[in-house]
Design a protein around this ligand. Structure first.
Ligand SMILES: Nc1nc2c(c(=O)[nH]1)N=C([C@H](O)[C@@H](O)CO)CN2
Length: 119
């Protein structure tokens, strides 16, 4: 199985359960891994045969920057559904990190996997 990854994607958004979090944007960090067979893309050296990570980035950026979820679970699940449904990704893993929210240097959030890993 080959993987296309996007790591350390930072977005300033409204996310959280407390009143102050509904008024003030916070930075979240996304790490995304997507199963993608790169054979044809490499054979023809043609983006038309590839999972275009810029297209995925642009779609996720647009969605996340307009989100206002309360829970990290909600946002990460919605991100996964977009990638699976719109980019026909069979398996993915996403880590969503609300870095620093529990204090300087802390990392907290959620990691999910969705779909079936190809051989
Ligand atoms: N399982 C979760 N627990 C908590 C979340 C969450 O999104 N999922 N969020 C919060 C607060 O918004 C926190 O991030 C800010 O102090 C607390 N617990």
């Amino acid at each position: 199985m080959d993987i296309i990854f996007l790591n350390n994607l930072k977005f300033d958004i409204i996310i959280g359960i407390f009143d102050w979090e509904r008024e003030n944007k916070q930075t979240i960090i996304l790490d995304i891994e997507m199963a993608s067979d790169i054979t044809l893309a490499a054979k023809y050296d043609d983006i038309q045969h590839a999972l275009d990570y810029k297209a995925v980035y642009d779609r996720i950026k647009g969605f996340v920057e307009n989100s206002q979820c309360y829970l990290v679970e909600t946002l990460v699940t919605e991100i996964a559904a977009i990638i699976q449904n719109e980019f026909r990704v069979a398996w993915l893993k996403i880590k969503l990190n609300k870095q620093g929210i529990l204090g300087p240097g802390t990392d907290v959030g959620v990691i999910i996997e969705r779909g079936v890993k190809p051989a």
